[in-house]
Design a protein around this ligand. Structure first.
Ligand code: URA
Length: 151
């Protein structure tokens, strides 16, 4: 299960997460590791309403939406949670984290493993970090494969 930040204008209109440019990049990244949203991956957001002018959600907004996200996690029962960007990492880890410092590590949310990586919209603005996001996805995929082998 991937967790993003919150709906943008297009997502708000369509009622679906990641349907804009960032979503296209996300789909391509998933496809590069053989995954397809809907089939293999569920996508949710840390906040459920679009913050005014697309600003970053505030702590209180993340906290207000947390029960909704928790229920999604409870229903999906994912093997792995991937936080896309800082607000998602904050929502899942209940702590202030820097993506640069947290990537490549394994965290945990209510017993479910969590990894963090850059948000695809950040990658559109900072393509020099795409290689790091690729490493993070490979880390997530490796973790999933090892888990399947263990079970
Ligand atoms: N960015 C997000 O974090 N979530 C979306 O659904 C769309 C863009």
């Amino acid at each position: 299960m991937l967790v993003g930040e919150g709906p943008g204008a297009e997502e708000d209109l369509r009622g679906e997460p990641f349907v804009g440019q960032a979503g296209k990049l996300l789909d391509n990244m998933l496809s590069a590791i053989g995954l397809k949203r809907g089939d293999d991956v569920y996508i949710g957001n840390a906040v459920k309403c679009r913050p005014p002018h697309n600003r970053t959600p505030e702590k209180a907004e993340i906290a207000a939406c947390r029960p909704y996200l928790e229920r999604q996690i409870e229903l999906v029962r994912p093997d792995l949670l991937v936080a896309l960007g800082r607000p998602a990492a904050q929502a899942l880890l209940d702590a202030e984290v820097s993506i640069a410092a947290a990537r490549g590590k394994l965290f945990e949310h209510g017993g479910t493993p969590v990894v963090v990586t850059y948000h695809p919209a950040y990658l559109l603005r900072n393509p020099q970090d795409k290689a790091k996001a690729w490493e993070d996805l490979c880390f997530a995929r490796r973790f999933m494969r090892e888990r399947v082998r263990r079970d």
